[in-house]
Ligand binder design. Structure first.
Ligand SMILES: Cc1cc2nc3c(=O)[nH]c(=O)nc-3n(C[C@H](O)[C@H](O)[C@H](O)COP(=O)(O)O)c2cc1C
Ligand code: SF4
Length: 429
């Protein structure tokens, strides 16, 4: 069942504006937080076990604790790039509740003693961008941003920065470079942004949903937050459900929710007459699960990792038996090849070759040995690059080919899709 710690008021049209937000408890937690010691807030977030909702699931309180203990300026950077295919939860949050994100960011900034924060929003998100800009202006006028916020002596400024449509600018160090006006290319870690980030100063990068989750944690306390989910994956999470499902959309459920319940109950099941074939459980970078595996899967970091996949950004893409896995892999490989920033040879060349080989199979020019070549190229791309995009391209290939090999072999032998019965050209033109 949906459990709405973050999304309770999202159905109200006026929740977007300051008045509607305040009428439903908005900014009450900011007032409470400003009377606390910053360390108390960090301790509460640590105790809640909140894990970053941007993809890697790193514990938020622990990340905040990495900031050096000196008086250097610190920055908070909200990652609103949301480029992972299948993910559209941050967009909902920014459209329906921009003040919730702003409140979560001011509280988090107070906790980490940051006087300046940025929201880096994906270039294509025009309407959410407008919602955020309006909300930031409203927050300044109401005294929630600027000097001496609510008479507390705490000063904080916030800017909204628009990206230019590059997936790689969602990677935190690429995002920092982009914000600095440089090419959006990732940097080797360490140093991690918490030690040396924006303008070489300590910087915390957190996802939209992570920062908003600080509000219910402060409101209800860490213990109440931990009532949802599991010991290692506590709380609720928004899942973006898409693909071959009747009711695609965003659903907030407790972590460890059964994957099949999300599809069948919240999502209303599959289209009439269709059978489940596979699910990509955590955005396009997550290895695909077969229908059989889906029956065992729960939506938490541990279960999906044990199954060889990942929770990632929480984008659940449902694939029914009308879909051709070779065709789907072609779409993914085109994406990763296009989005590789090109700095690392295994990624630049590897994504290019994966795209070429998959498309040569799709276009009827494949050889049986190309199927193993896909696996070999993917294997050589893992764990050898500056950022995780290379792995994100390689892992889906390995799972698609190993779990649906007969579809790849059929395509090579017959020059057409086993599922659709048609050639690639007939499928698309
Ligand atoms: C290629 C790539 C793309 C990423 N895109 C996003 C993104 O769009 N949004 C996001 O929040 N995190 C993204 N991340 C993860 C960020 O680097 C970072 O881990 C995250 O923003 C940290 O926030 P969190 O701790 O709140 O999850 C991406 C990572 C990689 C490697
Ligand atoms: S892994 Fe790919 S995207 Fe990441 S830095 Fe290297 S070339 Fe760029």
């Amino acid at each position: 069942m949906e459990t709405k710690l973050l999304t309770e008021f999202y159905h109200l049209d006026d929740f977007r504006g300051l008045n509607g937000y305040k009428a439903n408890g908005g900014y009450a937690m900011l007032a409470k937080a400003l009377k606390m010691q910053p360390q108390q807030i960090i301790d509460e977030v640590k105790a809640s076990g909140l894990r970053g909702r941007g993809g890697a699931g790193f514990p938020t309180g622990t990340k905040w604790g990495f900031l050096p203990k000196n008086n250097e300026p610190r920055y908070l950077l909200c990652n609103a790039d949301e480029g992972e295919p299948g993910t559209f939860k941050d967009r909902l949050m920014m459209e329906r509740a921009p003040h919730q994100l702003i409140e979560g960011m001011i509280i988090s900034s107070f906790a980490i003693s940051s006087k300046k924060s940025y929201i880096y929003i994906r270039g294509e998100y025009d309407y959410p961008y407008q919602c955020l800009v309006e909300a930031v202006q409203e927050a300044y006028k109401a005294g929630y941003l600027g000097k001496n916020i609510l008479g507390s002596g705490f000063d904080h400024d916030m800017d909204v920065y628009r990206g230019a449509g590059a997936y790689i600018c969602g990677e935190e160090t690429g995002m920092i470079s982009s914000l600095e006006g440089l090419k959006g290319q990732p940097k080797l870690k360490p140093p991690f942004p918490a030690v040396q980030g924006y303008l070489r100063k300590p910087t915390i990068v957190n996802n939209v949903e992570t920062l908003a989750a600080v509000i219910p944690i402060l409101r209800d306390g860490a213990t109440a937050y931990r009532k949802y989910g599991t010991e290692k994956s506590p709380g609720t999470k928004l899942f973006s459900l898409s693909g071959n499902v009747m009711k695609a959309g965003n659903y907030e459920v407790p972590l460890a929710y059964p994957l099949m319940d999300l599809i069948m109950k919240e999502g209303g099941g599959l289209r009439p007459g269709r059978k489940l074939k596979a699910v990509i459980p955590g955005g396009s970078s997550a290895p695909v699960l077969t229908a059989q595996e889906c029956t065992q899967a729960t939506l938490d970091y541990e279960c999906l990792a044990q199954m060889g996949s990942m929770l990632g950004s929480g984008a659940v893409i449902v694939i029914d038996d009308s879909q051709c896995m070779v065709d789907l892999l072609g779409v993914l490989m085109h994406f990763y090849h296009h989005e590789s920033c090109g700095q690392c040879t295994p990624c630049r060349e590897g994504t290019g070759w994966l795209n070429k080989i998959t498309h040569s199979i799709l276009e009827g020019r494949g050889r049986l040995q190309d199927i193993d070549l896909l696996l070999r190229v993917a294997d050589n791309m893992k764990g050898r690059t500056i950022c995780a995009l290379s792995d994100a391209a390689a892992l889906p290939v390995i799972s698609f080919v190993s779990k649906f090999r007969e579809e790849f072999e059929f395509f090579v032998r017959e020059g057409r899709s086993k599922v659709k019965g048609t050639t690639y050209a007939e499928m698309h033109y």
